[in-house]
Structures are given as structure tokens and as C-alpha cells.
Design a protein around this ligand. Sequence first.
Ligand SMILES: Cc1cc2nc3c(=O)[nH]c(=O)nc-3n(C[C@H](O)[C@H](O)[C@H](O)COP(=O)(O)OP(=O)(O)OC[C@H]3O[C@@H](n4cnc5c(N)ncnc54)[C@H](O)[C@@H]3O)c2cc1C
Length: 230
Amino acid sequence: METVLASKYIPVSVCATEYLGSALKRVTFRGDFSKADFSIGHAVAFRVNECDFRNYTPASVCEEKGLCDVIFYMHGKGPGSKFSRDLRQGDSLKMIIPRGKKLFQPSKTLHFFFGDETALGLFSRMARRIKEQHQAYTGMVELDGENLRLPPELDLSVKTIVKKEFCGNSAETIGVYLRETYPAYLEKAVFYLLGNAASIQVFRKALRLQNVSSKNIKTQAYWAEGKIGL
Ligand SMILES: Cc1cc2nc3c(=O)[nH]c(=O)nc-3n(C[C@H](O)[C@H](O)[C@H](O)COP(=O)(O)OP(=O)(O)OC[C@H]3O[C@@H](n4cnc5c(N)ncnc54)[C@H](O)[C@@H]3O)c2cc1C
């Protein structure tokens, strides 16, 4: 299939890897990205073993230099996680061209992020664009304890929360907290909810209880407990 559908693949090489934490790795791919549509929010994919593909969202793309960064979360429970841990400088592989939702709403002046480690790449890309456009953002990112230090290191100004603690509350409690903490955002922002399907569900419900219009809530589940390969 890779030969028949050659136009859907970009040959790439790994030109750098960097551990941001013991379970987070930034990988820089080099390739000819000039013909692909790297809209913010589009995901690329890789074959992670003989038969399985997994999706990842670029954290930065420079078409002129032919470079693309992805931040991989290596949770250790599946082939995608193992694939990313094994990536080494000098590896050659094929990237499935970017496709999917164009989540980013460039005309909005306020943006709110909610997600986890799997969303850090996309959030850092969005944050750079938002700053360039002189707009504002805030957000909340739920992380493993050891990763709580990461958002500032990625130049991301968001509140960090320990995974499972915050979304263990009821949607009503979360809604009240959001109303007290981010009143202007509830009125005017676009909300991007990414990552864990269960957390997205409770956060979305909290926003709806606070009368945030569903057209201002953009969701994309990146993984779900017990589900294989979203
Ligand atoms: C559009 C899209 C964009 C994505 N972008 C990124 C990205 O930029 N960076 C990134 O790291 N991931 C990203 N993901 C998620 C990534 O594809 C998943 O981590 C991957 O699907 C998990 O693959 P796996 O083979 O390791 O585990 P799977 O075989 O899919 O699942 C095996 C087990 O692992 C568990 N599991 C899966 N993911 C997690 C997790 N995050 N935490 C804890 N347990 C988990 C599942 O519940 C399941 O029980 C994206 C997903 C989608 C759909």
C-alpha cells in the first residue's frame, strides 16, 4: 500500500531527539514538507509496527528548512509509545501526510487550552501563533507529577493540574471554578479540549453548564482508557 499510495507518504529522517522528561521526547524530522498542508491541528501518522498506525500532531513546522517537531508522550502501554521511545537520530521512515481537523480559530481573540501531555505539542504551536497575532490565551493542562514543570519550559502559560485530581470533580464543581477563575474567557473564548476522552467529556459538560456555546468548544480525543489506537 505504501508503494501504491506513495503521494500520501513523506520520506523523513530523524535529525534530532531530546528527552523533555523521562516519558516525553521531542523528535525533529527532516523531509520535503513543501507540498503538504500543515494547518495547525492537522495530524501526521507513522506505522508503529507491522500493521498499526498512530497519529501525532506537529509542535512546529518549518517548510523552508524542511523540519517538523513532534512531542511524543511515552506512556508505555502500546506500540505507538514503544515506537517513539525507539526513534533515534539517523532513522529513516515514512510520515503519512498531515490531515484531520483544522481546530485553530485564528479570528478569535481569546483562546483556552485544556489537555494533557499528548496535547503539549499542539498547544505550544498554537501559543506561538496566538502571540504572533497579538491575541491572548490561557488554559489548564493535566499532567503526571514529574511533568508539571514542563509547560513553562515549552513557553506555555497555562495552569498545571495533577492528572485525575481535577477531572475527578463533578462537572458542576468544575463549572463553578471556571466561572470564578476565567469569567472573560467563558464569555468570549474558543476552547480547545484535547487528549484524554474522559477528561474532555467532563470539561465539555462543565463548559456547557456555564452556557458556553458548543460552537466555541473544539474537541479532539487523542486517546481513551482501554481503547487501542485512536
Ligand atoms: C489526532 C491525534 C493526534 C495525536 N497527537 C499526539 C501527539 O502529538 N503526541 C502524543 O504523544 N500523542 C498524540 N496522540 C495520541 C497518540 O496517537 C496515542 O498516544 C497513541 O494512539 C497511543 O498509542 P499506543 O500504541 O502507544 O497505545 P494504544 O495501543 O493505542 O493503547 C494501548 C493502551 O494504552 C493506553 N493509552 C493510550 N494513550 C495513553 C496515554 N496518553 N496515557 C495513558 N494511557 C494511554 C490505552 O488506554 C490503552 O489501554 C494523538 C492522537 C490523535 C488521534
